[in-house]
Structure formats: structure tokens, C-alpha cells
Design a protein around this ligand. Structure first.
Ligand code: MG
Length: 377
């Protein structure tokens, strides 16, 4: 692919969005920001992005933000309040879904139905809508480092040749700590040892829910069963995942722990291009690579994710939505770190599941779960 890729970026001001913009900035001959959407209301940041990248279309949350933005802009950009219009624009080559939450669902499906490539960093799409996304799997490229690793290790092999998928996890800030989970403050949980990410995913890494959601995503993306997926704590975060084949051979993918490498892989696939972050691993300075079994009793969220994934139907959607609210409540210091899995478990227990045969069903389950978590307070 030698032409410039026209990109629709949903979630331009978050962590993944900013790192995507970094790549676009470094290689304007390869990528062009055609359109973008933001879920938040950081107008200053948004204006500077629009002035720098001059996208054709921008979508914001509501009319008030749209009106303020129009007044502040020098560049002639069309401002909309509907993400779906961005996704349905025929000019785009691919969509990067980096918004948090179920807001990413509908535009992703619109882009997929229009035969666009979708780079999905939004967990809800793969976790909650895993069944609906199956017909479009060949158009989806993962953006998460673990799935990018598996995507590379699994290239060219048959499903029947795979024995185990090993997803690695740094373990987050509390893996080796003896801290009482009821006493942990958001500032402590927000300090991730190896990765630089947004607040929701950083808390999810501390509870290991992030890994649980990635396990569900891996079943969707690679057609593996839950019995075939194992999580390994790997504190160095250099091996991003591994595949063990039935003949006993194991392939691992290693690389610097910088999200831009995973995003660039997704953007350039099936080609490989020079590393725009200019980061390379120095194997001679790598002293050790360690792997441990996760403690499922202490990190209950991982276990809950396996359970919800195995139960299927609307359970994964409920897990993901309940987690989103629980994390929000923890960040607002309204619940303790220990209560995050407690509230999610209670919500799952109360849920009456349904078959997932439409986006509407997922949205209903999502809404129900959010309200349910609040009702337990
Ligand atoms: Mg990850």
C-alpha cells in the first residue's frame, strides 16, 4: 500500500489518540487525519489538533461544544455531533476506535459494513459485541500490544495447530505488594510500572480486569476457547504475548513497551515500515525475563472476566459496563479498590442474560449494568 491512508480517529484526545497523532505527525506521507471525534470536552486540546492536522470532519459530544468550537476555529472544518457520520464517510480507508465505552460500538459497525479496516483499541466493541463482530473479523486489526503480539505469532498457522495462547500482564503496581486493597488510593493505583496509558485502563491493569477483558477479546479475535488462553505475569513487559503450538514449539513477540509500536503495526499491516517512535530493544542490556502465575484469589477481576466470558451472551457486556462504573467510582473515591470486583460480581449475579443478536441488546445490557452498580451504593 503506497498511497496515504485516510484515517478516521475516534477518541483523538485520549492516550491512544495522542499516540496515533504522534505517528501521523511523524509520517504525513503515509497517514492523513481525515476525521476525528472526541468524547470529552477538552476544547483547547481539540482546537490545537484541528489547527495542526486540518481534518475534514470533526465530531463532538453536543451542540454546545460544536458551537463553541466553530467560533474558535480558523480552519474550515465541518463540525458534527454524530460519530456515525464520520464512520460512514466513503473517503476514509480505516477507522481507529480509541474512545472508551459503548459509544464506540455503532460507528465501528458502520465502518465495518462499509468494508473499511477497523483498528480497535476500544475494549467494549470486542468484549460486548464479540458475537456480532464475527462476520467482519478479517477487517479487524487489533491495536492492543498483546493482541498485536498474538496476531504476529499466529500469522500463517492453522487454528488446529495452536495449543495455548499466553497473554502477558505486567501485574500492575500491586502485584508484589502486601497492601490492603481496601486502603489503596487512586493516586497509588494510577502509577503503572511499565506502560503509559489512560486512567481507566491503568486502574484496570492494577485490578487485572484489563487482562481479563483482553482474554475475552482474544477469544473473539483468534477463535480460541477460554481453556486455551492463559495469563502470565511478566513484570518486564517486554514479551507481549506467546503462542504454544501442538508440537511443543513456542513463538513469543518482544518489543519496546511503547503503544506506538502496536499502533503502527496495525496501521501498516500487512506491510512493515520503519519504526516511527524510533525505539528498539537492546537485547544485550536485557537482564531477565520472568513469568509467574497470576493470583486469582487476590485479583478477583481476572477470574470474573473468565467467568463472564465463558457464560457468554450479554454477560461480557455487563462485566465491561459494570467495571467502567466501578472504576469511575473508585477514581472519585466513592468506593474502595477492594469494592471494584465486589460490585462487578454482584452485578453479574443479578443479571438475566440474553442472546446477543443486535446492538440494541448490548446497549440495553450496558445501561442496565451501569444503573445496577449505582443501585448497590
Ligand atoms: Mg494490553
Amino acid at each position: 500500500m503506497n498511497k496515504t491512508q485516510k484515517i478516521c480517529l475516534l477518541g483523538a484526545t485520549g492516550s491512544i489518540g495522542s499516540q496515533t497523532l504522534d505517528l501521523i505527525r511523524s509520517a504525513p506521507q503515509n497517514y492523513q487525519l481525515h476525521s476525528l471525534a472526541v468524547a470529552g470536552s477538552n476544547l483547547e486540546k481539540l482546537i490545537s489538533i484541528i489547527h495542526e492536522f486540518k481534518p475534514k470532519l470533526v465530531a463532538v459530544k453536543n451542540k454546545e461544544i460544536a458551537d463553541n468550537l466553530k467560533l474558535a476555529l480558523k480552519h474550515k472544518t465541518e463540525i458534527l455531533t454524530d460519530l456515525n457520520l464520520l464512520a460512514s464517510d466513503s473517503e476514509i480507508d480505516n477507522i481507529i476506535v480509541a474512545v472508551v465505552g459503548s459509544i464506540g460500538l455503532e460507528p465501528t459497525f458502520i465502518a465495518l459494513k462499509n468494508n473499511k479496516k477497523a483498528i480497535i483499541a476500544n475494549k467494549e466493541t470486542l468484549v460486548a459485541a464479540g458475537e456480532l463482530i464475527q462476520p467482519y473479523k478479517s477487517q479487524i486489526i487489533p491495536a492492543d500490544s498483546e493482541h498485536v503480539a498474538l496476531h504476529q505469532c499466529l500469522a500463517g498457522c492453522q487454528k488446529s495447530e495452536v495449543k495455548t495462547l499466553y497473554l502477558t500482564a505486567s501485574g500492575g503496581p500491586f502485584y508484589n505488594s502486601k497492601l490492603d486493597f481496601a486502603q489503596i488510593k487512586p493516586t497509588q493505583a494510577l502509577k503503572h510500572p511499565t506502560w503509559n496509558m489512560g486512567p481507566k485502563i491503568t486502574i484496570d491493569s492494577a485490578t487485572l480486569m484489563n487482562k481479563g477483558l483482553e482474554v475475552i477479546e482474544a477469544t473473539v479475535l483468534f477463535g480460541a476457547s477460554y481453556e486455551q488462553i492463559e495469563v502470565l505475569i511478566h513484570p518486564q513487559s517486554l514479551v507481549h504475548s506467546l503462542v504454544e503450538f501442538i508440537d511443543g514449539n513456542i513463538l513469543a513477540q518482544l518489543g519496546p513497551n511503547d503503544m506506538r509500536l502496536a499502533l503502527q503495526y496495525a496501521l501498516d499491516w500487512p506491510e512493515r515500515k520503519p519504526n516511527l517512535a524510533n525505539k528498539f530493544l537492546n537485547l544485550k542490556q536485557m537482564s531477565k525475563l520472568e513469568f509467574f502465575e497470576p493470583d486469582l484469589k487476590r485479583f478477583k477481576c481476572l477470574q470474573l472476566a473468565y467467568q463472564a466470558g465463558k457464560m457468554g451472551k450479554t454477560y461480557p457486556a455487563v462485566l465491561s459496563a459494570a467495571d467502567e462504573i466501578a472504576v469511575e467510582l473508585f477514581l472519585q473515591e466513592r468506593i474502595s479498590f477492594a469494592q471494584i470486583p465486589e460490585l462487578i460480581e454482584k452485578t453479574l449475579d443479578k443479571h438475566q442474560s440474553q442472546e446477543v443478536n443486535s446492538l440494541e441488546i448490548i446497549k440495553q445490557a450496558d445501561k442496565w449494568a451501569r444503573e445496577q452498580v449505582y443501585s448497590f451504593l
